[in-house]
Write a protein that binds this ligand. Structure first.
Ligand code: SF4
Length: 329
């Protein structure tokens, strides 16, 4: 299976502690390393989960991939094409193929517009050649795809007439309307009632299968990642620390941080997790280390050599980890 997206050694640092008076105090600037050399390979037509705690860099990575912000260094390769520095028409063409579903559907749908017009908006921008009849057909078809039926009834509603889950379905239908190749779903169910989270994720999974859309599902929640994911990458402090197939990572978590995340899952039906492999981290609130392994201060297995940064290495069947515990010598 080919990679539709490759993120190659991407860095994004944000200055911290700066304000309008900062020029009065010149000196060494400090930075938050939101992305500190991230490499990620996403296979076409699959659902890849990006998991990590708040502040680990997941959303920054999504914004860099979508070219909402520029990386400081590194490359984004989409469909074999380096899009890192694309502008104008080429960037617009990429944006048609890559869509985002946000945590809060209200942030992406206009509460004053009918569902019909909300979905029509991107069609008007990207498919100017469509006739009115083609536009209507497309709008009703994507409403069917997200199970908002009868579609003719839902098309006439306003967002305030819908439940949270229905609003998120409208946001998904809107993304789907322009036939993207890849969808990045950033915590799409975290604001929804627990009882409907599974339904929304199943819809996203079905869309991936039926329309061959690649999905990157961003979450802090390992429980839901199991419902939808084929592969998973675990992020900690701006780095990928482990990645592999969902089954491989969940049944044999290698990085102590992944093991700690699994330990934190309280879901009783969370199957196939080897509880022998979980670990309790120490110094829970300590900041990531500036040099060496970023997990050093929280890791119960830290040793001297961890003061030098470990590399992400393949430990078999594309299960990769950056940790010295698995060195042969
Ligand atoms: Fe722990 Fe060392 Fe592995 Fe980092 S490299 S996770 S400090 S054992």
């Amino acid at each position: 299976m080919r990679n539709i997206l490759e993120v190659q050694d991407v860095k994004k640092y944000f200055p911290i502690g700066t304000n309008v008076f900062s020029f009065l105090y010149p000196g060494k600037k400090e930075y938050k390393k939101a992305l500190d050399g991230v490499s990620l390979y996403i296979q076409e037509g699959r659902v890849s989960v990006l998991v990590g705690e708040s502040g680990s860099g997941k959303t920054t990575l999504a914004r860099v991939i979508l070219r909402a912000i520029d990386p400081d260094s590194g490359s984004i390769i989409f469909n074999g094409d380096n899009i890192t520095k694309k502008t104008g028409k080429e960037l617009r063409n990429f944006r048609k193929q890559a869509q985002m579903i946000h945590q809060d559907p209200y942030s992406s749908i206009n509460p004053l517009m009918k569902v019909f017009d909300i979905i029509k908006e991107p069609i008007d921008i990207f498919y100017k050649e469509y006739s009115d009849e083609e536009r209507t057909k497309k709008i009703l078809a994507v409403l069917d795809d997200v199970s908002l039926k009868p579609s003719t009834v839902f098309a006439e509603k306003y967002p305030h007439m819908l439940s949270g889950g229905e609003r998120q379905r409208v946001a998904i239908a809107r993304s789907l309307a322009i036939e993207p190749k890849i969808i990045i779903a950033d915590e799409p169910v975290s604001m929804l009632d627990v009882s409907i989270r599974g339904q929304i994720l199943q819809i996203v999974k079905q869309l991936s299968v039926n329309h061959k859309i690649t999905v990157i599902y961003i979450t802090h929640d390992l429980t839901t990642s199991r419902l939808i994911g084929d592969e998973i990458s675990v992020m900690y402090a701006g780095k990928i620390v482990e990645s592999g197939s969902i089954d491989s990572v969940f049944s044999n978590p290698l990085h102590p941080y992944t093991q700690a995340l699994l330990d934190a899952v309280s879901e009783p039906n969370f199957q196939n997790v080897d509880k022998e492999k979980v670990v309790r981290i120490k110094n829970f609130d300590s900041a990531p280390a500036e040099t060496g392994c970023k997990f050093f201060s929280r890791c119960p297995y830290s040793m001297d050599k961890c003061k030098i940064e470990p590399r992400l290495e393949n430990k078999g069947q594309n299960h990769t980890v950056s940790c010295y515990l698995y060195d042969k010598e």
